[in-house]
Design a protein around this ligand. Structure first.
Ligand SMILES: Cc1cc2nc3c(=O)[nH]c(=O)nc-3n(C[C@H](O)[C@H](O)[C@H](O)COP(=O)(O)O)c2cc1C
Length: 211
């Protein structure tokens, strides 16, 4: 059984991001995976600070909110992560960006457990769920690029993106492109779907799929 963590990062508890997150959770659960969903700002209430000023006597992050538990006990052990974010100013939400920033305290060389934390951050399967008002494909490229680079940096495999169109809470339910179904499918297949990222000398066969 694989562990999937879903991080939903809108401040709206009942908005479109959580609708996509819950659909993905449903698909992953049906596929037999162990799934957890968290709303990021239930656990993260402060930006990254200057670590030199902020670390406690044991060299650990001194910010007292739920990030430590979320990161150490849920993020690191997971085999796969689905990030769900609203599109904010053509980027990810501040909540999700802060989640990424806060990981720094835990993998920086000055952290006593950095080696173990780096190992835990690496080699996951990663997917992305985006809710946005605008439909044109360019609007979400900034978010996709951030997640792609984070995945590359952590030797992870970025395996899929689902965009749901909506603005009012629950609007994504009425998106005719059925993002809830696609999110459910991404959740169900995140660990099994074919992934490729070639280099010039990658050995490959002519067909991608078995005939
Ligand atoms: C601060 C803010 C910035 C936004 N920026 C964009 C944007 O650049 N492009 C867009 O398509 N929608 C934008 N939106 C709309 C949201 O992406 C959209 O309403 C989304 O469905 C909200 O997801 P949620 O219900 O999970 O909060 C923005 C909304 C807010 C509150």
């Amino acid at each position: 059984m694989k562990k999937l963590l879903i991080l939903s990062s809108s401040p709206r508890r009942d908005g479109n991001s959580i609708r996509l997150a819950e659909a993905a959770a449903h698909g992953a659960t049906e596929a037999g995976h162990a799934v957890e969903i968290f709303q990021v700002d239930d656990h993260v209430s402060s930006f990254l600070r200057d670590c030199r000023q902020c670390r406690n006597d044991r060299g650990e992050c001194g910010i007292e909110d739920g990030f430590r538990e979320l990161f150490l006990e849920h993020y690191l052990p997971a085999d796969g992560i689905l990030f769900a974010t609203p599109l904010y100013w053509y980027g990810m939400s501040g909540q999700l960006k802060t989640f990424f920033d806060r990981t720094f305290c835990y993998y920086a060389a000055s952290c006593p457990d950095s080696a173990a934390n780096i190992a835990g951050m690496a080699r996951k399967r990663i997917g992305l769920l985006i809710s946005s008002e605008e439909t044109y494909p360019g609007a979400i490229l900034g978010v996709i690029h951030s997640i792609q680079e984070f995945s590359r940096y952590t030797h992870s495999e970025f395996v899929g993106v689902v965009q749901g169109i909506g603005n009012r809470r629950g609007d994504v339910d009425r998106d005719p492109e059925d993002p809830l179904e696609r999110a459910s499918h991404l959740g169900a297949t995140i660990f099994d779907r074919h992934f490729s990222d070639y280099r010039i000398d990658t050995e490959r066969t002519g067909s991608v799929w078995a005939t």
